[in-house]
Design a binder for this molecule. Structure first.
Ligand SMILES: *[C@@H]1O[C@H](CO)[C@@H](O)[C@H](O)[C@H]1NC(C)=O
Ligand SMILES: *[C@@H]1O[C@H](CO)[C@@H](O)[C@H](O)[C@H]1NC(C)=O
Ligand SMILES: *[C@@H]1O[C@H](CO)[C@@H](O)[C@H](O)[C@H]1NC(C)=O
Ligand SMILES: *[C@@H]1O[C@H](CO)[C@@H](O)[C@H](O)[C@H]1NC(C)=O
Ligand SMILES: *[C@@H]1O[C@H](CO)[C@@H](O)[C@H](O)[C@H]1NC(C)=O
Length: 166
């Protein structure tokens, strides 16, 4: 039982370890006078990653806009906005995202556009953990433990699996 819990935790870790937090501007944060195209070109964004903005919330903010908003520094019809000063935004779609500052900073370079790529295929065990985790935790542990035993010990594993879980 202890082993199955450990194995479940390993599977869960394997399924989630890929999410990266991309801090806009790295240690320079979200501020005027920075070329965020250079920053974005130096990162690879995958679906499920986060982009995070660190800034003085009394001065700046973050708007999710479309290409027109990005090109023209306009927030009409914005798709979202954040004002917390330390905002984490999940990039859950494989598309191009456009973010700008809505307080005028956009005209001074506070705009960033990122392309989100599909997640590279995770290992098989991570896929099964990810899919079954939508149901409940117990079957994931049971299935993960069962397949570990089956591959390690063959028939003996299946017998042991049956005796433990049925
Ligand atoms: C930022 O850098 C990119 C890539 O070198 C360049 O094309 C772009 O003109 C620069 N933007 C500004 C505002 O300097
Ligand atoms: C690109 O990334 C590397 C490694 O993280 C870093 O050392 C470098 O300063 C980055 N360059 C820019 C322009 O952000
Ligand atoms: C955006 O700016 C361009 C050129 O500056 C202009 O032609 C266009 O009409 C503007 N679009 C909107 C929606 O304001
Ligand atoms: C962006 O949104 C504005 C406001 O909703 C709209 O007028 C414009 O056509 C959109 N631009 C694009 C490229 O979708
Ligand atoms: C900012 O987002 C909130 C909802 O989260 C919305 O009610 C508000 O109108 C938005 N503000 C602007 C200026 O788009």
């Amino acid at each position: 039982m202890a082993l199955s819990v450990l194995f479940f935790l390993l599977l869960a870790a394997a399924a989630t370890v890929n999410a990266t937090d991309h801090i806009v501007g790295a240690n320079k944060g979200w501020n005027p006078g920075i070329n965020y195209t250079l920053w974005a070109n130096n990162q690879t964004f995958y679906a499920g990653d986060y982009i995070s903005f660190r800034y003085q919330k009394s001065q700046y903010n973050v708007f999710l806009v479309n290409k027109t908003g990005y090109d023209n520094c306009t927030i009409e019809g914005a798709l979202g906005n954040w004002t917390g000063g330390k905002d984490f935004i999940m990039l859950n779609k494989t598309q191009r995202y456009y973010f700008i500052c809505g307080t005028g900073g956009c005209f001074n370079g506070m705009k960033v556009s990122v392309v989100v790529h599909p997640l590279p295929s995770p290992p098989k065990s991570a896929i099964s953990a990810e899919h079954s985790s939508k149901k409940s935790a117990a079957p994931v542990a049971a299935r993960g433990f069962g397949s570990l035993l089956a591959t390690s010990f063959g028939l003996f594993g299946l017998i042991l699996y049956d005796s433990i879980w049925t």
